[in-house]
Design a protein around this ligand. Sequence first.
Ligand SMILES: Nc1ccn([C@@H]2O[C@H](COP(=O)(O)OP(=O)(O)OP(=O)(O)O)[C@@H](O)[C@H]2O)c(=O)n1
Ligand SMILES: C[C@](O)(CO)[C@H](O)COP(=O)(O)O
Length: 228
Amino acid sequence: MIPSNHVVIVAGGSGTRMGTDTPKQFLKINGKPILMHTIEKFLFISPQPNIVLVLPQNQIKIWEKLCEEHFFFHNIDIVAGGNTRFQSVKNGLSKIPSNNSLVAIHDGVRPFISVDVITRCFQTAEIHESAIPVIKPVESVRIIDNGSSKPFDRNNVFLVQTPQVFKSKLIKECYSKPEQNFFTDDASVFEYYGYQVTTVEGNRENIKITTPFDLLIANALINKKQNS
Ligand SMILES: Nc1ccn([C@@H]2O[C@H](COP(=O)(O)OP(=O)(O)OP(=O)(O)O)[C@@H](O)[C@H]2O)c(=O)n1
Ligand SMILES: C[C@](O)(CO)[C@H](O)COP(=O)(O)O
């Protein structure tokens, strides 16, 4: 029997850069919390993955109230987050079996992930053991070298998104090892502990809502979708 796949949606952060009292994952776009828009994308994936949601411990009751208000009733396993994204992912992965299944790890604040990209990530990871979505920068790139900046060939640069999909037994093994302060995403953990990362094409609208400016973009994107 083929084991069912999983998604860990991390929404355990505090949104310092957004600077709002309400955690940014609960801010509304089009009248509904960002996090609900994100989760809904995974309800369209076939076969539907099991969903694990990571929230700050002190926000779990608030989320449950929001679910009642928005009649958002789905079979979702909720886990408390940690002080860093690494710790939150690790807590989420504790709910996933260590086997041949796939697990997608996705930021709760990326509601514009496309269903096509999620599917592509799962299909590629089935073959290559991992898949992460990336996009090419649309601007020129410079790097700092010895205190001064130098142009850098943008064809050699990708911007990395989520969901990042892995064989569950491999990523769980990596997350059982020590956290390093240079880990920025799950691919960096996977690679540091000896595995190869495969890239697939992401979608440009898949922004990570991080600052008030991103919220403006998110509102524009959702209105565009409604009018098209
Ligand atoms: N301890 C943490 C930190 C981050 N995240 C999640 O990881 C994703 C990407 O993180 P980021 O955008 O940095 O979110 P915050 O940590 O909330 O924001 P900031 O860094 O501005 O405080 C978000 O969905 C966030 O909720 C998490 O689950 N647990
Ligand atoms: C995981 C991530 O979204 C991939 O682009 C990104 O690395 C998260 O960065 P943050 O500084 O924790 O928001």
